[in-house]
Design a protein around this ligand. Structure first.
Ligand code: FES
Ligand code: FES
Length: 156
């Protein structure tokens, strides 16, 4: 079945099984290898992407569900000023260690800051609660998001 959607600002289409996971289509058909497979069960957020601006775990979404919608992966988000602000803030907070979880956390931060550009610590913890990191503990990630919100004031 032909499925078309907008990926990182470009209209794309793919002939595929509609039940295939969006995660696999993004990685295998479109080379978006920043979308990671961790748990494969919707629990860790490593595979997170934005669909119509909302954070979604692509390992539990059939590609058909993205039909006609706008999908943004870290590859597309990397081109934005907001990405640069989040990346710098994460680096300085020590929020990036092995990096496996980082694309998911960056997109979780983006989704949160779009909804709430000036979150408090509790709201950041809540916004990151769907993402797991084995390396950092979460303090650095939370500081990184709070700092990004400060530095990027006006961008969200
Ligand atoms: Fe999708 Fe863990 S790989 S939530
Ligand atoms: Fe390694 Fe988060 S930095 S899992």
């Amino acid at each position: 079945m032909r499925i078309e959607f907008v990926l990182n600002g470009k209209e794309v289409g793919v002939d595929t099984d509609p039940a295939k996971r969006l995660l696999d289509v993004l990685r295998n058909d479109f080379g978006c290898t920043g979308v990671k497979e961790g748990c494969g069960e919707g629990e860790c957020g490593a595979c997170a992407v934005l669909v119509e601006g909302r954070l979604v775990n692509s390992c539990i979404l059939p590609v058909i569900a993205a039909r006609g919608l706008e999908v943004i992966t870290i590859e597309g988000f990397r081109e934005t000023e907001r990405y640069r602000v989040i990346e710098e803030a994460f680096d300085e907070a020590g929020a990036v260690q092995c990096g496996f979880c980082t694309p998911g956390f960056v997109l979780a931060a983006e989704a949160l800051l779009r909804r709430n550009p000036v979150p408090d610590e509790e709201q950041v913890r809540e916004g990151l609660s769907g993402n797991l990191c084995r390396c950092t503990g979460y303090g650095a990630l939370v500081r990184g998001v709070l700092d990004a919100a400060d530095r990027g004031r006006g961008l969200w």
